[in-house]
Design a protein around this ligand. Structure first.
Ligand code: SAH
Length: 350
């Protein structure tokens, strides 16, 4: 047996050699599970930097958003849930802002990585952890946040060929992984308007994202509450290959060294919107991260921070521009909110 986690490429190669090429989603799931389980990927010395790691303003404004909707919902007892909290920085900053307004809910982190759970425990010592929503108590409305979580969910890719739509699979020669086109036809599940797309077109779906959304919707419908989802992606439906690997802040080949780079894909916000509406939730947005943070008052927050720490004014301005600038995260990143029936319209989506 070579089932040690250090031998992921060998394990994948053996599985492919024995049973044939595997779906991209299976490759991506195995690679990301290993990747997140074995390191803290965040920050300048890691592989990538996220909004809460850029500035405390990000988590604080999300805390203000949560406080506002909770307040207008009549200040019920609630539970806070974050999916994939990374180092716990967003939660720490949000909870500090929330506590000032009297909102101090129990905190639940949905996280698979033991390394990141340790970091989260430093940031939010009282949190509870589980692998999915099943571990979250069902006795109160939920306030849910997911930042750069869904982009790490495995995707399937369908490719248009001369013979019709096929699935993109991952094959292996020795220990070299490469994408290949499967034999099975998928035309029957392709939306009508895409069936005649030109050869080479790629259509992405994320069954894992849909499964999590359905579970989340069931909870919000039963318990009440709101969810805020932030990620980079498009308002689709879009055709194109958005699979990417990032390692040491550089793009890498997604098929090289599985488990050693962060594999992500653009989040399809139209799919999230449609799925959430189908389940009976009310959907707000998507809007761009720039528009959202501006509406929540990032300008005033940056000015207040600069007044308190004049020596940091320049870097606070740079951080604000990274979060909202069109060339930085402001346009590519989108924000969507899902609310239970009867919950107020959340801030930031006017
Ligand atoms: N939200 C954080 C971290 C983003 S990185 C931030 O903005 O900084 C993605 C996070 O999702 C990590 O914490 C990772 O361990 C977690 N994660 C990835 N796949 C997961 C899964 N299937 N279930 C739960 N958590 C997962």
């Amino acid at each position: 047996m070579i089932d040690s986690d250090t031998a992921l490429p060998e394990r994948l190669a053996r599985a492919i050699t024995l049973a044939g090429p595997i779906p991209l989603a299976q490759f991506m799931a195995a690679a990301n599970t290993h990747y997140y389980a074995t390191r803290d990927p965040l920050g300048t010395r890691g592989d990538f930097t996220t909004a809460p790691e850029i500035s405390q303003m990000f988590g604080e404004l999300i805390g203000a958003w949560l406080t506002d909707i909770w307040d207008r919902a009549g200040r019920p007892a609630t539970r806070c849930v974050e999916f994939g909290p990374g180092r716990g920085t967003l939660a720490k900053d949000a909870l500090r802002a929330m506590a000032k307004a009297g909102l101090t809910p129990p905190v639940h982190f949905v996280e698979t990585s033991p390394v990141l759970r340790d970091a989260q425990a430093e940031a939010v010592p009282d949190a509870e952890w589980s692998l999915d929503l099943v571990g979250v108590e069902d006795d109160a409305p939920l306030l849910v946040v997911a930042n750069e979580f869904f982009d790490a969910m495995p995707i399937r890719q369908l490719v248009k060929t001369e013979e019709g739509w096929r699935e993109r699979l991952v094959a292996c020669q020795d220990t070299l992984f490469l994408p290949v086109t499967g034999d099975r036809g998928f035309d029957q599940i392709i939306p009508h308007h895409l069936r005649s797309a030109p050869s080479g077109s790629i259509l992405e779906t994320s069954p894992a994202t849909l499964a999590i959304l359905r579970a989340l919707a069931a909870r919000l419908l039963a318990q009440g509450g709101a969810a805020l989802i932030i990620d980079y992606g498009h308002e689709g439906p879009a055709i194109g290959d958005t699979l990417q690997a990032v390692r040491g802040h550089e793009y890498a080949n997604p098929f090289d060294a599985p488990g050693e780079a962060d594999l992500t894909a653009h989040v399809d916000f139209a799919m999230i919107r449609d799925a959430a509406e189908l389940e009976g939730l009310t959907v707000h947005g998507p809007v761009t991260q720039g528009a959202f943070l501006t509406a929540l008052g990032i300008g005033a927050r940056a000015e207040a921070l600069s007044r308190a720490q004049p020596e940091r004014a320049d870097s606070i301005e740079v951080d604000r521009d990274r979060l909202i600038g069109g060339e930085a995260m402001g346009e590519l990143f989108k924000v969507i909110a899902l609310t239970a029936p009867g919950w107020p319209v959340p801030a930031g989506f006017a």
